[in-house]
Ligand binder design. Sequence first.
Ligand SMILES: [Cu+2]
Length: 187
Amino acid sequence: MTQASLASRTLDAATRPLPAVAALLACALLTPLGLAATAPAHKLAPIYVHMNGANMFLENVVAVRPGQDVVFVDQDTGAHTIVGYNPLTGQSSPRFEGAVTGTPGPGHKVSTYAIAFSHPGLKFYYCSVHAELMKEPGGRTVPKKRPTVHGFGDPMAGLIIVTTDPHLLADNPPTTHEKILPGYFGG
Ligand SMILES: [Cu+2]
């Protein structure tokens, strides 16, 4: 890597989260009090969750505002599903149910699935291809990695926190602001 490209990468990494932070600040300043939780005055940039290898959601916990899109981006060679479930009842969600197809790699069309939620809350989801829901002895339903699936030990699952809390919203990883992650397509 040349010194120039190193400097450019460093600069890029340092400035990347700023547009999103600026957007949130602008929102906080421009949205009348009490309106933010129910009706965003203007469209926020989406938050991205990537699949690009090891059969997992790369950013497996993200926070979004009510009405803000979460876009699942499949940069993996394999297909996945995104299915909401309730850990207390074990029921799957009829509305939060998406599917994305794999891609051979850079230059090919990337499959996405988008969803937004109206109210604050915890939205648990899993990939039904690579994980399965199981009821634990305490009564809670949790996703477990399917025994035949390759990847790390974690089940392919995640959580979307729908909130107006600025501290939670600020905790998103920097990659959630990029639609496509450069330089890597997983298997
Ligand atoms: Cu999957």
